[in-house]
Design a protein around this ligand. Sequence first.
Ligand SMILES: NC(=O)c1ccc[n+]([C@@H]2O[C@H](COP(=O)([O-])OP(=O)(O)OC[C@H]3O[C@@H](n4cnc5c(N)ncnc54)[C@H](OP(=O)(O)O)[C@@H]3O)[C@@H](O)[C@H]2O)c1
Length: 265
Amino acid sequence: MGASSGIGLRVAEELASRGVMVGMAARHTAPMAELQKKYPETVVYESIDVTRTDAPRRMKNLITAMGGMDIYFHVAGIGYENLGLDPQREVDIIATNSAGFARMICCAYRYFRDNGLKGRIAAVTSVAGTNGIGRLSAYSASKKCAQTYLVALEQLANAENADVTFTDIRPGWIRTPLLRDDVAYPMEMTLDYAVPLIIKAIVRHPRVAVIDWRWNLLVGLWRLVPNFLWTKVDMEISKPDFSLPSPGKEPFPNTALENKEKREV
Ligand SMILES: NC(=O)c1ccc[n+]([C@@H]2O[C@H](COP(=O)([O-])OP(=O)(O)OC[C@H]3O[C@@H](n4cnc5c(N)ncnc54)[C@H](OP(=O)(O)O)[C@@H]3O)[C@@H](O)[C@H]2O)c1
């Protein structure tokens, strides 16, 4: 889920090229249709928007087209710095990364449980879910929600004796269309480097996999910082940094890009 771009598209391609049956889903169908043309035997796809109520029905169709499902991999998500705290942009992130996440993960879980199947659910959340990050307020909160949802479902699976295992994959920055192409992010990784690590996590299914070891060390340190200190940190996300809007200025400058353009004028 989220297979039309970035991490999801690359994972789908890697698996399809190895003969694994792959069901791809996202809103934009062109990249998925292209991969399907390249691997007609192993790729099927369906247009799915995780924010819509018809998404579970469409996912069911996709599972049928695949002839069943062993692993559900959820990577659909959006994210950006929203320094102006535009309310709609904050809510959009929650709608996709939290509500959309719950909508699809619970369907995958029910598919395995209700059919008495052994199944795996692997989901890409983010290191941003470790603590609240000021410049990524909605994004970091949405990822924390997703991480907690996986823990909750795992507890439910144990209580219900459902044979379902969960893997929470938490990458640091990976250069994909999710990132702004005009700025640099700390400890950025390439898809060539990160995707094999992500596939390894899907296959070996540890409970949590931080991508990569440097980010694992860093978030280990973040976890030790008490809240009263954490909230004093002015954590920059990208270089060059986009200055925070100051009081008395426009209440909701829409995007960091607009801030940058204003600075440049
Ligand atoms: N890149 C990073 O640095 C990074 C770091 C940590 C975590 N992540 C997480 O990794 C995931 C994938 O990110 P990416 O970097 O590969 O970004 P990306 O290239 O922008 O890909 C995002 C994918 O999510 C899909 N998606 C977005 N909204 C959707 C919706 N409403 N319904 C269905 N699919 C939707 C997109 O497809 P459509 O637009 O076609 O629907 C696309 O396939 C995200 O959850 C992101 O938070 C990324």
